[in-house]
Ligand binder design. Sequence first.
Ligand code: CA
Length: 226
Amino acid sequence: MRILLIEDELKLGAFVTRGFIAESYAVDVASDGEEGYALSQVYPYDLILLDLMLPKIDGYEVLRRIRQKNKAVPVLVLTARDAVEDKVRLFEAGADDYLTKPFAFAELLVRSKALLRRGTATRSSVLKLGDLELDRLTQTVKHTGKRIDLTTKEYALLEYLMLNPGRVLSRNMIIEHVWDQSFDGLTNIVDVYVRHLRIKVDDPHDHKMIRTVRGAGYMIVGKDAI
Ligand code: CA
């Protein structure tokens, strides 16, 4: 899942980003309101973490614009203010939750997961394809009921493939969804991770799910596909 963090305090931004990356999320950081709003319109984020006191456009205005354009994405506000009237104003503005600074990362993670769960409540949090099952909340993967241990990036790659079964995903699309903006390495990182994933997901089984589409990219297919 991909998170947008709009926060101008660099230290806090780095701290939060590190925490989420360790939990297999991809995180983009915007350091002012303008950039944050722009990014929120470009990528389909699963969650937005929003500071209120921001350069250029403040958090309330960012929230107002996001809600005008895209009602679905959950927004968790990180605020230094704890006055009651501000909380009311926050929920009226369309925030889903808030956390007062300073906070422990563990609490931010719990609240974020709660919002992500709400977001996936309409569809199931479990993605199924053939014998493969991926639970987006517990971040566990099973094949024919047997647990497969994946690294955070392998998990994120498989999740993206399974969200798009039967669809060819280019290396650039994969990088955009699984890695984050800070990634400026070579696109063959995708090939390397696909190879790792195949060893764990496909090698033990006759039916190979992860397919290479020559010149185009990769796709994952279920059992009925040839
Ligand atoms: Ca701030």
